[in-house]
Ligand binder design. Structure first.
Ligand SMILES: O=C1O[C@H]([C@@H](O)CO)C(O)=C1O
Length: 445
């Protein structure tokens, strides 16, 4: 729950010296999106771990680069609620960071979502955006009016300042995928030499309806790898199907993957796998499948869900397919969105579909130009198919990027080629059972 408390930031990776990007721009901005609660992350953690659960609920504010407003609105004059216009002098902590632009230029926006919970939609009033990069990989340029972004994802978009320069324009961030109880996050695109204090004359962009999943799926389908990008291997060596369920374990609300709710051991995996410390984590191998007759349209029967810390051991350099299978949560007729994030690799997103995945769905996989990403969403009651090559020695988390869901056990661990990791940093061994070894020796080889 540390990200909910504010422990996040963005890193920009520049292209290597001498390399060129497949697009050009005159200036750039960085937008880091997040959501904010008034309850402390520690209190939220206690609430989630209580019996019965006290859910965190919807965020109080959406933040753009750490800034947001509460109890007042930048766009109050367009809303019919009684909320007042924010009184700004410009230097308050809640004042938005303004994007200052010159007319007739092209800008790159680097957007990342670090939300704890919210799925978002971003738009710039009156301006089209061209999506050119997703999760650090180039994509086929895609012109859009707005873009869906899930926690853990990042995008670059280009936009051209070709609108009337005597006006300013809203940049809006809105909640999708859960019924919104949080006002839009807003900032302003300010054209030179127009004064910042001239608010845009029309209301902020209206996002697609929060539950318009048809729109969400269509957007996701349009993100395709740029021509010349690495292609996925034609066949997989192993297929792991991961059923996502919300469960009750001894009265505690948890999330489980193939009936196992992840509890991280106190000894980090890398050291315990490398030094074969058998008691450090669960030696039961987590299952590659779930029962054929599992009914994804109804709440979990909770008959055999349990806690676990086992590892999916992957053979080095093999091609692994992961099928994420969504299902009904504990509340009847409800299924959540989950953005799954993989550490240590990019994967190809081969496709997604509605209902229960069957072998026949494989025929619909996109092997021609699937995007390479590190985060992919599984839609309510649907499945998402991913493929990656297990070619990065280490132990890697694969988890729902919604912070409370991970806290409630929604993740698995993959490991490959751990014997090839050259030197495990001391810091990664300095707790749990490896701590004793670390304190007695200086060298670990
Ligand atoms: O994990 C979750 O828990 C709540 C609810 O299911 C239990 O109160 C919710 O909306 C989630 O996404």
């Amino acid at each position: 729950m540390q990200r909910s408390a504010g422990l996040y930031g963005s890193l920009i990776v520049e292209v290597a010296e001498g390399e060129k990007e497949p697009f050009q721009y005159d200036g750039e901005f960085n937008l880091l999106l997040s959501d904010w609660w008034h309850k402390s992350a520690h209190e939220q953690e206690v609430d989630l771990s209580s019996q019965p659960i006290r859910w965190v609920g919807e965020p109080q504010t959406l933040l753009i680069n750490g800034r947001g407003q509460y109890n007042c609105s930048l766009a109050a004059r367009f809303s019919n609620s009684s909320v007042s216009l924010c009184k700004l002098r410009g230097n308050e902590q809640f004042a938005p960071q303004i994007l200052h632009v010159h007319p007739n230029k092209t800008y790159r926006l680097r957007i990342a979502s670090s939300t704890s919970l919210a799925s978002l939609n971003l738009a710039i009033g009156n301006h089209k955006m061209v999506v050119v990069e997703a999760d650090g990989n180039y994509v086929q340029p895609l012109t859009v009016d707005n873009l869906d972004i899930y926690s853990g994802e990042s995008y670059s978009v280009l936009f051209t300042t070709d609108q009337e320069p005597s006006k300013n324009y809203w940049i809006s961030v809105s909640v999708r995928g859960r019924e919104p109880r949080t006002p839009q996050g807003l900032t302003i695109l300010n054209y030179y030499p127009t004064t910042v204090s001239r608010l845009p004359p029309s209301p902020p962009p209206v996002a697609p309806r929060w539950d318009d999943y048809h729109y969400s799926r269509a957007f996701s389908n349009k993100i395709l790898a740029l021509e010349g990008s690495p292609k996925p291997p034609a066949k997989h060596d192993r297929r792991i199907i991961l059923l996502n369920t919300q469960n009750l374990i001894d009265g505690y609300t948890k999330w489980a993957i193939n009936n196992i709710s992840l509890v991280l051991p106190s000894t980090p995996y890398l050291g315990s796998i490398r030094y074969n410390i058998s008691k450090a984590f669960d030696r039961n191998i987590p299952p590659d499948h779930f029962g054929h007759d599992y009914d994804i349209m109804n709440p979990a029967p909770n008959n055999n869900s349990m806690y676990g810390s086992g590892v999916y051991m992957l053979n080095f350099n093999t091609t692994v397919d992961v099928i994420l299978q969504n299902a009904n949560m504990l509340k009847p007729n409800n299924s959540d969105i989950h953005p799954w994030h993989l550490h240590g690799h990019d994967f190809w997103v081969l496709g997604h579909g509605e209902g229960k995945f069957t072998e026949k769905d494989e025929e619909k996989f996109n092997l021609k130009n699937p995007p390479l990403r590190n985060t992919a969403v599984v839609f309510p009651y649907g499945w998402t198919a991913l493929r990656f090559v297990a070619d990065n020695p280490g132990a890697w988390a694969f988890h729902c990027h919604i912070e409370p869901h991970l806290h409630m056990g929604m993740g698995v661990v993959f490991a490959e080629g751990v014997e090839q990791v050259k030197k495990i940093p001391n810091q990664a061994l300095a707790c749990g059972l490896t701590k004793k070894m670390f304190m007695m020796k200086d060298e670990h080889n």
